[in-house]
Write a protein that binds this ligand. Structure first.
Ligand code: ZN
Length: 136
């Protein structure tokens, strides 16, 4: 289950309209994709930085996961996503290790990736995502 690299870091923001221009200046690169992920009730904006992306997350619903996160903890780092080569095997291995899963099986995330979350209770407080690009 050894991840190959950090695929992206997810940052919860109140407003993409405000955060996108800031991150464009900070990173010196343009946001290359904005995508709504309906079942997560978020709008995402992506920046590429080498192999890694920065994913800004704006809630589309105060009751959604990002809405609740911001309500409780304010804006900030929401999750870290590791790229893995076989996500099903990685989840199986995580289960064997006693890691609590949020997603028992992979689902579709932004950018067509197959993703699954591990519970922060099992990962020293960091919401952790595995993702696999099956189009490769
Ligand atoms: Zn993510």
């Amino acid at each position: 289950m050894k991840p190959t690299h950090i695929e992206h870091i997810g940052i919860a923001v109140r407003s993409l309209d405000q955060a996108i221009p800031f991150y464009e200046r900070l990173l010196g690169t343009s946001c290359y994709a904005i995508e709504e992920v309906k079942d997560q009730r978020v709008k995402t904006a992506f920046f590429k930085l080498g192999q890694t992306k920065i994913e800004l997350l704006e809630s589309t619903d105060p009751e959604g996961p990002i809405g609740k996160f911001i309500e409780k903890r304010g804006e900030g780092i929401h999750h870290i996503a590791y790229a893995v080569e076989q996500i099903e095997a990685a989840l199986e291995k995580a289960t064997e290790e006693g890691i609590q899963l949020i997603d028992q099986r992979p689902r579709k995330g932004a950018e067509g990736l197959h993703i699954a979350f591990l519970h922060p209770k099992s990962t020293f407080g960091v919401l952790t995502e595995f993702c696999e690009d099956k189009s490769k």
